[in-house]
Design a protein around this ligand. Structure first.
Ligand SMILES: [Zn+2]
Length: 62
C-alpha cells in the first residue's frame, strides 16, 4: 500500500501508482513516467521509487 500523500510536501501520490507501475512494467523509463505524471519534486518521487508493494505478500498472515 503506497501512502496516499507525500510525507514531506503533502502532494497526493497514490493516484499515480497504478499507472506508474503499469508503464514501467511495459518498459518505459521510470524518470520519464514520473515527469509525465506530474511527480516532479524529489520528495514525491522517492515516495514512489522507494515503494515496495507488500500488501499481497502480507495478506495471508493477517
Ligand atoms: Zn512531495
Amino acid at each position: 500500500m503506497l501512502p496516499v500523500r507525500c510525507f514531506s510536501c503533502g502532494k497526493v501520490v497514490s493516484n499515480v501508482w497504478e499507472e506508474y507501475k503499469q508503464r514501467v512494467a511495459e518498459g518505459e523509463d521510470a524518470a520519464a513516467v514520473l515527469d509525465d505524471l506530474g511527480v516532479v519534486r524529489y520528495c514525491c518521487r522517492r515516495m514512489i521509487l522507494s515503494h515496495v508493494e507488500l500488501v499481497d505478500t502480507l495478506a495471508p498472515y493477517q
